[in-house]
Design a protein around this ligand. Structure first.
Ligand SMILES: Cc1cc2nc3c(=O)[nH]c(=O)nc-3n(C[C@H](O)[C@H](O)[C@H](O)COP(=O)(O)OP(=O)(O)OC[C@H]3O[C@@H](n4cnc5c(N)ncnc54)[C@H](O)[C@@H]3O)c2cc1C
Ligand code: SF4
Length: 332
């Protein structure tokens, strides 16, 4: 690992100021992704600005009945928070589906959102990769891409976004709050990650020097149930081949509200707007759910070895929506 300097700032303002003054710096959360990438030589920051002890570690209610989650709240604390478990179960389940207990104890909300792709070529500095070294090519497109994207990919990159939490946040209509050299702004979780296009080195819309300070959840939709389901090669310690976060309100046998996001399929959490259009107002039946999933997944462009992900995602979505409907029925 290359030598680097270390700083523990006392405030958000200091963290942002130093970051602007030192473009070769990186913020450090729990370090569970960044430090691994430094060991591999993929990242080599000259300065680590350790933001993990900034006073951004609270989960608090908002005035409108939503929830404010500080950027340094640990993944395990967030998953176990009673309000998250009761009112936003999809978020708690997504967090618990990720990594391991030890990693979740260290990982932060901000760091989880900005973890980098697990594409094997990205992590191997002996290989070309447009994301790590722009203009060098994308060997995954013709190479090992079984785990990679089927939606929204480009000739320059077919990587997937790895965070489970980010998928739940997209379905729950969360906003990501940023503090940077030019002030504060908020970005919807659905728009925070981007598609690769011809500049896959940019994972998100975050600007240089911007710090994630918090994530805000709106109040849950009235009468809604939510869940997160993930398919992976092993029961734990494995990233999603496909996953779904689903939020559903059923009234008188019809879908009153639906929000759906897929993980493991694209360079960003894939908010399934076409599926939601089919669901809204339709009978809450498996036939509707299958039609909705098919409407969304019609846009899929699988690569040579990952076509199985389309059927996997379809089945996850139909199963999740059916389960939420059964819960709504049971609750009367
Ligand atoms: C073996 C293993 C298995 C895993 N399995 C899964 C899985 O199944 N699902 C899943 O979702 N994740 C999984 N993970 C990834 C894990 O969730 C992430 O490593 C973790 O969430 C990153 O959080 P962190 O705080 O440690 O980030 P760090 O490693 O500290 O930082 C990650 C990035 O975020 C930046 N950053 C950190 N905080 C901020 C901030 N507040 N503002 C701006 N930038 C910031 C850093 O500069 C860095 O670029 C796995 C990891 C490992 C090692
Ligand atoms: S898919 Fe993206 S991350 Fe993977 S090799 Fe291609 S450019 Fe690099």
């Amino acid at each position: 690992m290359k030598p680097f300097a270390y700083l523990r700032p006392g405030s958000v303002a200091e963290a942002v100021r130093v970051s602007a003054e030192r473009p070769e710096s990186h913020f450090l959360g729990g370090g569970t992704n960044l430090v691994d990438l430094m060991k591999l030589g993929v990242e080599s920051p000259g300065l680590l600005i350790d933001v993990s002890r900034l006073p951004l570690d609270l989960v608090t209610p908002t005035d409108d009945g939503g929830l404010r989650i500080g950027a340094t709240v640990r993944n395990s604390d967030l998953a176990a928070h009673p309000v998250v478990r009761e009112r936003y179960p999809a978020l708690s389940q997504a967090l618990l589906a990720g990594a391991s207990g030890q990693l979740r104890n260290a990982a932060t909300t901000g760091g989880n959102l900005l973890q980098r792709t697990r594409c094997p070529y990205f992590q191997d500095t002996s290989k070309p990769c447009n994301k790590r070294a722009p203009g060098t090519g994308c060997p995954a497109r013709e190479g090992a891409h079984r785990d990679l994207a089927v939606l929204g990919h480009s000739p320059d990159c077919v990587a997937t976004q790895p965070s489970d939490m980010a998928v739940a946040l997209a379905a729950l209509d969360a906003t990501v709050h940023l503090h940077g050299p030019e002030g504060e702004r908020a970005v919807s979780a659905t728009e925070f990650h981007r598609l690769p296009g011809d500049n896959p080195d940019q994972d998100t819309v975050i600007r240089p020097g911007e710090l994630i300070t918090e994530v805000v959840l709106p109040p849950p939709a009235e009468g809604a149930f939510s869940l997160y389901r993930k398919a992976r090669d092993r029961a734990s310690y494995a990233f999603a081949l496909a996953s779904v976060a689903a939020v559903l309100t059923v009234r008188d046998g019809r879908v009153a509200h639906a929000a759906l996001a897929f993980g493991g399929l694209a360079h960003r959490p894939w908010r399934a707007r076409a599926a939601e259009d089919v669901l809204r107002g339709a009978p809450a039946t498996e036939e509707t759910f299958a039609r909705a999933a098919d409407a969304e997944l019609a846009a899929a462009e699988p690569l040579r070895d990952n076509g199985f992900k389309v059927a996997l995602a379809r089945n996850l979505a139909v199963g999740a929506l059916a389960e939420l409907t059964a819960r709504a029925d049971r609750s009367g």
